[in-house]
Design a binder for this molecule. Sequence first.
Ligand code: SAM
Length: 243
Amino acid sequence: MLPDLPENMSAEQIESYIEAHDFVPVNRTVQVDDNLYQYLIDSSVREPELLKQLRAETTLYHMARMQVSPETGQFLALLIKLKQAKRILEVGVFTGYSTLSMGLAMSDDAKLVAIDKKQMWLDIANRYIKRAGLQKQIQTRCGKALDVLHKLMKSEAGTYDFVFIDADKINQLAYYKQAKVLLKSGGCIAIDNTLWWGNVAKKEFTDKDTQLVRELNAYIHQDSSVDIAMIPIGDGLTLIHKK
Ligand SMILES: C[S@@+](CC[C@H](N)C(=O)[O-])C[C@H]1O[C@@H](n2cnc3c(N)ncnc32)[C@H](O)[C@@H]1O
């Protein structure tokens, strides 16, 4: 049923009513608790067998929780398809779950460059990349991401369609700025962990990482050269479209 319309209000009266009030968004209808989030996963995630195996193997290693969640991996895959991304860049590979999620979704003529500072993680990722038959399309590079991105900026600025950032928080803002240079106009960046365990919204959390994520979010929020959306999936994923 439609709400009652204010009777006999002139356009001017409506304008001054709007000016006199602060309006909070009222169109959030879903409270996502653990139960509903599990439903979301159960009724939408279709994890390929190879990714299932990679996720299982990763539980053997310490820091397994660094891996993106299956629903985040699937969302990245969908973005790659929607964008028809041909040139993809990833910062923070770990054992390769997000790399492979995007790699399995990209077309035969697409290429992905994936950066991590630890060869031991790239060795695992490369094993799965080979099993997927994607070794010609996915190139892993070992090094500090700031340096690798800096080198790429010299010859490949403005050539990438999609960048996924999921590495150390201390350099995240620098990665964002570098990624924007590397991106084509119309390209897209996705950044993981932007809701950081939900701690970003809790004042009592004043640790370095939480503050760095807040700073990044604030910076992106005021950046008028991009369009943005913050998605409450996994640990929070911000999507950025370079105008
Ligand atoms: C959260 S994990 C990435 C998870 C991965 N996206 C996945 O789905 O499994 C972060 C990764 O960033 C890498 N990393 C951290 N600091 C880095 C740096 N300065 N340069 C390059 N890689 C870095 C770590 O070695 C780690 O593998």
